[in-house]
Design a protein around this ligand. Structure first.
Ligand code: NAD
Length: 326
């Protein structure tokens, strides 16, 4: 069964493509390579195209007889979304709606969507469950939430089955060492710390007076291969009664920025320089996932829940790929 993977040349998409291939599925990657990498798609077919290119998108649905979609393609820099919100509404909402229109035209009913913890905004309590109100504090989170609403409405009209996976912080690299995280600019803490261990640039710590034990923000880090596995389970369970809906994806344990820096120091054996910087607007003190729903409904359990293992896979990939995925 051919599965369209939008954004399959990106970080999480490519790890998912690898997992799908390993389990005998037929992923077809659709990616404009704006942040993705040609080499990352491995043996899967790559259609180089933009979601806004309806003709190319429909040709891909037709020629590969697409039967399901996993939708990763998006712009995902929170700071950029505050400076240039329309870019985010255009790609993450308008282009993504166009994808849904194509699905309806080709009678493709199954979609797994990359949502985000950013839909919740400032948490009232942690761990955050799926019942927590959604009050995103930036346009990036708003676009993810709006698209979830479109999926829910289309599901109610009987046209699709969907699973929205609300990821917390993806990190780590393919344990077999073939794939890793290569973003420019890099905004994620684990690769920033590893780059700093390797090139000596100090790691900025945004805010040191939060109401947390060491004053720095706490986040829930989830290994990218565990995320990939969740997509496989979501795809295979879609269409079963009661599975449609939203699911958090995190490990349920939080690590502060200073704890992550300390872990990278232990794993690499290198002392990391840090520089205290002002807190970023809209950055909550703690974001930790309650992930009981996906564990119960889809039987998901993480294989790499330990932060040391997450950092260790990322570090090994960085060491062996000094020029990234390129
Ligand atoms: N990385 C995280 O921690 C995290 C957390 C929560 C949610 N997410 C979401 O997960 C998804 C994947 O994240 P990632 O870190 O792998 O990002 P990424 O930038 O590595 O991957 C996104 C891919 O989509 C492609 N793309 C973007 N717009 C496109 C368009 N209009 N047409 C075709 N291709 C397009 C890019 O070239 C890239 O390959 C995104 O939707 C992101 O918002 C990521």
């Amino acid at each position: 069964m051919a599965i369209l993977i939008t954004g399959g040349a990106g970080y999480i998409g490519s790890h998912t493509v690898k997992e799908l291939l390993r389990h005998g599925h037929e992923p077809v990657v659709y990616d404009n390579l704006q942040t993705g990498h040609r080499k990352a798609v491995m043996n899967a077919p790559l259609i180089e195209g933009d979601l806004s290119d309806l003709e190319r998108l429909e040709k891909t649905f037709r020629s590969f007889s697409i039967k399901a979609v996993i939708h990763f393609a998006a712009d995902s820099l929170v700071g950029e979304s505050m400076e240039n919100p329309l870019k985010y509404f255009a790609n993450n909402v308008k282009n993504s709606i166009q994808l849904l229109e194509a699905m309806v035209r080709f009678n493709v009913k199954k979609i797994v969507f990359s949502s985000s913890a950013a839909v919740y905004g400032e948490p009232k309590e942690v761990p955050i469950t799926e019942e927590h109100p959604c009050r995103p504090t930036n346009p990036y989170g708003e676009t993810k939430w709006i698209f979830e609403k479109a999926l829910e409405a289309l599901h109610r009209s009987g046209k699709i089955d969907f699973i929205s996976l609300r990821y917390f912080n993806a990190a780590g690299a393919d344990p077999e060492g073939e794939l890793g995280e290569d973003h420019a600019p890099e905004t994620h803490l684990v690769p920033i710390c590893i780059n700093s261990a390797l090139d000596g640039r100090p790691v900025p710590i945004f805010g040191t007076n939060y109401d947390t034990p060491d004053g720095t923000c706490i986040r829930d880090y989830i290994h990218v291969t565990d995320l990939a596995l969740a997509h496989l389970l979501a795809l295979e369970n879609l269409g079963h009664d009661g599975t449609a809906g939203v699911y958090n994806l995190g490990n349920g344990s939080g690590y502060s920025v200073k704890q992550v820096v300390g872990t990278v120091e232990r794993v690499t054996g290198i002392k990391i320089a840090t520089v205290e910087s002002p807190p970023r607007p809209g950055d909550p003190a703690r974001l930790v996932a309650g992930s009981a729903r996906i564990r119960k409904a889809l039987g998901w359990t993480p294989n790499y829940p330990e932060i040391e293992r997450i950092v260790e896979t990322a570090y090994r990939w960085h060491l062996n790929h000094p020029t990234g995925m390129g």
